[in-house]
Design a protein around this ligand. Structure first.
Ligand code: ADP
Length: 310
């Protein structure tokens, strides 16, 4: 797989608020030299044996704070390629904070700090010289509310590749991304129409296509279906099944049925008391999804998944 150096241009740039933050206007041009593309896993349809999986993230003792107050405390876990990993837990336990740490999205928030380590394919995401813009290109993000730019369907998908200098066969790249996001057949005759004319479910698949268009390795999804109806939700879930051999998915969801449907592994976060009387999110249990939902090891997980808490 070839990676062009992302050269930021200022042409017709709407303010991206998501994965295309990989190309935020106003940032300096960056070379994506911090990561070795050869570390990306190969696309493969065969089942992955336990011992053949690639560890994408090694998270060690991660504490994240907003203006000094911890939102998550001492999280240690690994995330594997070719798998969907779900993060569940009660509101405010730091699920969103956690996945935003995985592509340094929270760096943009004043007063946000982290301790501990996140290794991405063995590289410390916070090491000096690691470019957060290049990180966000490799590790894309899709948000709760579909957030297409107020531009055409085509321009939404072409935006990221264009500002990253991936200009060769842009039409082909746009088509490929829309096909992978299971949207091509619905939009191929109206690529120049406004993205805002699409339904909510189509807009969310467009946001996934926008993430795919810059050839990411990981796609983070923060409650991607919570604003969608059940049919649109099912199509997003189907898409994750379809694409999980190619991309590593980490999904935050408050919907336990959804976690049970889409995730291979599930991390349960909960709130724990701090010495100063505050509360922060801790990782209680992380295991195969089936185990979390049918035979959890921790009483707090059991209480949560059986609806006694949260
Ligand atoms: P969840 O996704 O599980 O609902 P969040 O990660 O959104 O939890 O929030 C965890 C904690 O961090 C909460 O106490 C929340 O108020 C706080 N928090 C989240 N975002 C910010 C922010 N931008 N500034 C300050 N505090 C925040």
């Amino acid at each position: 797989m070839q990676y062009a150096n992302p050269t930021v241009t200022q042409d017709e740039a709407p303010e991206p608020t998501n994965e295309a933050a990989a190309a935020r206007p106003g940032h300096e041009p960056h070379a994506a030299t911090s990561f070795d593309p050869s570390t990306l896993h190969a696309v493969d349809d065969t089942p992955i044996a336990e011992d053949e999986r690639t560890t994408v993230f090694e998270i060690r003792g991660l504490t994240a704070r907003y203006s000094g107050a911890p939102a998550i405390r001492d999280v240690t876990m690994d995330i594997h390629s070719g798998r969907v990993t779900a993060v569940i837990g009660p509101s405010g336990c730091g699920k969103s904070t956690f996945i935003r740490c995985l592509n340094r999205m929270n760096d943009l928030i004043p007063g946000f700090t982290t301790e501990g380590k996140i290794l991405y394919h063995g590289q410390d995401l916070h090491a000096s010289g690691v470019d957060p813009v290049a990180v966000r290109r490799r590790i894309g993000m899709v948000f709760q509310r579909p957030n297409p730019f107020p531009k055409s369907i085509y321009e939404n998908v072409a935006f990221g590749p264009r500002v990253l200098g991936m200009r060769r066969d842009l039409d082909g790249r746009v088509e490929h991304a829309l096909r992978r996001a299971a949207l091509w057949d619905e939009v191929k005759k109206r690529l120049r129409s406004s993205a805002l004319e699409l339904s909510g479910g189509q807009q969310q698949r467009l946001c996934i296509a926008r993430a795919i268009a810059v050839e990411p390795d990981v796609i983070l999804l923060d409650e991607p279906a919570s604003a969608l109806d059940p049919i649109a939700t099912a199509s997003i879930e189907d898409l994750m099944h379809e694409l999980k051999r190619e991309y590593t998915f980490v999904i935050v969801t408050h919907n336990m049925q959804q976690a049970a449907r889409v995730a291979d592994r599930t991390a349960f976060f909960s709130l724990s008391g701090e010495e100063d009387g505050g509360r922060s999110g801790v990782l209680v249990e992380y295991d195969a999804t089936e185990k979390i939902f049918t035979n959890p090891s921790d009483k707090r997980t059991e209480d949560y998944v059986t609806g006694r808490f949260g």
